[in-house]
Design a protein around this ligand. Structure first.
Ligand code: C2O
Ligand code: CU
Length: 466
């Protein structure tokens, strides 16, 4: 039964994959509903990140703005984006979470040459899955993302669910000096070996958070995208019961979170929030992730007139995307151990480490310093892979795989309730998780921690699908 389902969905996916390849090769848009031609220019700009509107901050941004423009398309549409580099340094764009052809993945020296200052690169791919995604550079990421290069990429369902408003929040943070300018201590040893570059100023969509005006009875789809280098958000909506309908773009059985809505770096959570407050009332949205450092992120501010008297019926689940179902009995299994950082088991690394915890992070004992290194593992195309991830460190890590979505099938040896599809799995200290996927997208794919300072300090590997 499972096999049959798997074959059906695999056939569905293979069709999609062939069509994508055909479009890439022939440059023809026959398979896509529409083509979009978009220009993005990575360049310096200024942004008003603080509530004090007399201060502007020098940033990097797409179009010189933070965030970069929203790219919104329909599932199956083809996206053509020509990226111009007007920075003083090389860059690339990675389409985080999109299952696209390897050559479009935006990893410098691995899938493409970096885009040099003054140069342009054309990204051209079909978005196979509906959902919430984002784009960001994959070169010098700690600094380029940390200075503001990121934007939302929304792929709409062929038949969208009924909501009153579809809102996207890019949750970001910044490390600013008192004069409002970005601290240039990127990649310092302390950040790298601890929790990463956790900033001091929080923004939503590049602005100091403003109250969200809502109306009684309204149903909002809120797409959360964590674009911070290192900060984890844990949101609580006082007086409301948000339902999670998608994780990392992929639909999940709608459910209420057991505590705060957790969003690790690079992760996305789609919520349905029914506005159950009384007219003219206010509710706090609190970020409770760091104990002792809880703060009010923003408020839901109710207007005086209800939108409707009775709430809409319970949310319908989103239609699933067509992803090949892992075939667990036939899987190849691999142990993956993350180590390093302050206070974290680097014993296996052996000699040379002058201090407890060492000066780097490692995956299975290896700490690459560039994107060009030998693949750590090679998977046969079409085979199910189970990775048994073991976080042998004292720190949280959002672990991201390119080119695929995987099911999180267990945590600490216990099956997960929702077997959620993710592209980034947030791993608490000393915990384990099993992820499973069909290695059906050929190429060399990055597998790394999305705390960008951890990645730069060795917490990355390449996995090859051949
Ligand atoms: Cu969002 Cu390899 O990254
Ligand atoms: Cu990490």
């Amino acid at each position: 039964n499972l096999d049959k389902k798997w074959q059906v969905s695999r056939r569905g996916f293979m069709l999609g994959a062939t069509a994508t390849a055909a479009a890439a090769v022939t440059g023809c848009s026959r398979v896509a509903a529409q083509a979009s031609d978009i220009q993005l220019t990575a360049k310096a700009g200024r942004a008003r990140l603080l509530s004090d509107s007399t201060v502007s901050t020098a940033v990097f941004g797409y179009g010189g703005q933070v965030p970069g423009r929203e790219l919104r398309l329909r599932q199956g549409d083809r996206l053509r984006v020509s990226v111009k580099n007007e920075l003083q340094e090389e860059t690339t764009v990675h389409w985080h979470g999109i299952r696209l052809p390897n050559a479009m993945d935006g990893v410098p020296h691995l899938t493409q040459k970096p885009i040099k200052p003054g140069e342009t690169f054309l990204y051209d791919f079909v978005a196979p899955d509906a959902g919430t995604y984002w784009y960001h550079p994959h070169h010098n990421s700690s600094q380029q993302v940390g200075r503001g290069l990121y934007g939302p990429l929304i792929v709409e369902e062929a038949e969208p669910i009924k909501v009153d408003r579809d809102i996207t929040w890019l949750l970001g943070d910044w490390r600013l000096h008192e004069d409002g300018q970005i601290s240039d201590d990127f990649g310092n040893m302390h950040d790298s070996m601890h929790a990463g570059r956790v900033g001091t100023t929080i923004t939503i969509n590049g602005l100091a958070p403003q109250p969200l005006a809502v109306r009684t009875g309204e149903r909002v789809r809120l797409r959360l995208i964590n674009v911070a280098n290192a900060r984890i958000f844990g949101l609580k909506f006082a007086g409301h019961s948000p339902k999670i309908i998608a994780l990392d773009g992929q639909p999940v059985t709608p459910h209420e979170p057991s505590g705060a809505v957790l969003v690790g770096p690079a992760m996305r959570v789609d919520l349905i929030i029914d506005m159950v407050g009384d007219p003219s009332s206010n509710f706090t949205v609190e970020d409770t992730f760091y104990k002792g450092l809880e703060y009010a992120l923003t408020t839901l501010e109710y207007g005086g007139t209800p939108l409707r008297q009775a709430l809409l019926p319970t949310p319908v689940a989103l239609p699933p995307n067509r992803i090949a179902e892992p075939h667990l009995r036939a899987a190849t299994r691999h142990e993956i151990t993350f180590s390093g950082g302050m206070g974290g088991g680097m014993g296996m690394m052996g000699g040379g480490m002058g201090m407890m915890g060492g000066m780097s992070w490692a995956i299975n004992g290896v700490s690459p310093t560039s994107h060009t290194h030998e693949p750590m593992l090679t998977f046969a195309r079409g085979k199910t892979v189970v990775l048994n991830l073991n976080n042998d460190t004292a720190w949280w890590h959002p672990i991201h795989l390119h080119g695929h979505s995987f099911r999180v099938i267990s945590r600490n040896g216990k099956p997960t309730a929702h077997r959620e599809w993710q592209d980034t799995v947030l791993m608490p200290p000393r915990e384990t998780a099993e992820i499973a996927f069909v290695a059906d997208n050929p190429g060399d794919w990055m597998f790394h921690c999305h705390v960008l300072e951890h990645q730069a300090a060795g917490m990355m590997a390449n996995l090859r699908v051949a």
